[in-house]
Design a protein around this ligand. Structure first.
Ligand code: ASP
Length: 355
């Protein structure tokens, strides 16, 4: 950048620009060469989901089957931030979004789907059995029923009912900053740090009744070296009816380019969509950045766009490149992801842009 351009750039960013420049200078890539197969997924819920994916990968199954099987485990949790037990929208309905993508640019997604337990599997059917990429709302539900998915009873889980009742008192929509809970008492440390991969991993409700996060995103490389990814969510709790986040949008919440890498996102979906987040991370990897630095570049872009408002949101990306190296980066601290390969099964605490 020329000196004049540099000046204009930092003048426009103000104090946030100074922080950004310092952080760029301090970049220390933390590349884990993992070998294959390997699976990574967002948040502590990723530990259990990775086990499901690993059952497929360790039997020489495909990454596509693995990422579907893995996140179905999270979708099955009765009281969780993902799936039918999750918090409703502000009209009291749980609406689910999911997307899946394989190593050949095949992709499928569903959004605003109600009363179907496994949106990820419906997304896969959209990919495999329709000429489309995305089905939403009533049409997605009709398609799911036609494909043999049971229509589950309407209504909320007991916990979601309580949370919704509480929320109705103020009826204020304010997205939360997603961080993993701090049971261990150490700021930014989830229970996994004390208890290891076998410890409890349940997501926690925040004082306002919302979950600390609402999504699981998973990307995997199979023994043949092919990549796939999945992402499934109930979206932000108490959102406007009809709101979609990044998770069902290919290129935003999920993107796979088998020549380069696979990426998924979590956090404030609106801001991930703004920059086509997961696609951007893949493109940064194509330019030669490590998975961690590619995720970091996308987070920094969001921070630049949001300026002071970056403090109010969380956004994080996880990525695998074609060599089987993995990495992640978050806007706020408190984000972690789960990794499983032949030699390790653990949570990794992720570096963040903001202190
Ligand atoms: N990205 C999701 C959404 O905006 C939420 C999350 O990751 O927790 O719907």
């Amino acid at each position: 950048m020329s000196t004049r351009r540099k000046f204009l750039h930092s003048a426009a960013l103000g104090s946030f620009g100074t922080l950004l420049t310092k952080r760029l200078a301090a970049a220390t890539p933390q590349v884990a060469v993992t070998g294959r197969p390997v699976v990574i997924s967002t948040w502590d819920t990723g530990l259990a989901a990775n086990k499901g994916a690993w059952e497929v990968l360790s039997r020489n199954g495909t990454a596509l089957d693995a990422v579907e099987a893995g996140v179905r485990i999270t979708e099955s949790e009765i009281n969780c931030c993902v799936g039918l037990g999750a918090n409703p929208d502000r009209d009291g309905h749980v609406t689910l979004d999911a997307s899946i993508m394989d190593h050949q640019w095949n992709c499928g997604s569903v959004a605003f789907l109600e009363r179907i337990k496994h949106p990820i599997s419906v997304a896969r059917r959209v990919m495999e059995k329709t000429p489309h990429v995305m089905l939403v709302g009533e049409g997605a539900q009709q398609f799911a029923i036609a494909e043999g998915f049971p229509l589950e009873p309407a209504g909320l889980s007991e916990d979601a009912k309580k949370a919704y009742k509480e929320w109705l008192k103020k009826s204020e929509y304010k997205p939360v900053i997603n961080i993993e809970n701090t049971k261990s008492g150490k700021e930014g440390h989830g229970p996994h740090n004390d208890l290891g991969a076998s410890g409890p991993w349940a997501p926690q409700r925040l004082p306002n009744g919302d979950w600390n996060h609402d999504t699981i995103g998973m990307v995997a490389m199979d023994a043949a070296g092919n990549l796939s990814g999945s992402c499934t969510t109930s979206g932000m709790g108490f959102k406007m009816r009809g709101r979609l986040g990044d998770s069902p949008i290919i290129g935003a919440g999920l993107f796979v380019d088998n020549e380069v890498g696979a990426v998924t996102a979590t956090g404030q979906g609106e801001d991930v969509i703004r920059i086509c987040g997961s696609h951007s991370v893949v493109e940064y990897m194509r330019q030669g950045l490590s998975p961690e630095n590619a995720c970091k570049a996308a987070v920094e872009k969001i921070a630049r766009i949001k300026k002071e408002k970056a403090k109010e949101i969380q956004v994080a990306f996880i990525a695998i490149n074609k060599k089987g190296e993995v990495g992640a980066y978050a806007l706020q601290k408190g984000f972690s992801y789960a990794i499983k390969n032949n030699s390790e099964e653990k949570m990794v605490e992720v570096k963040s842009f903001l202190p």
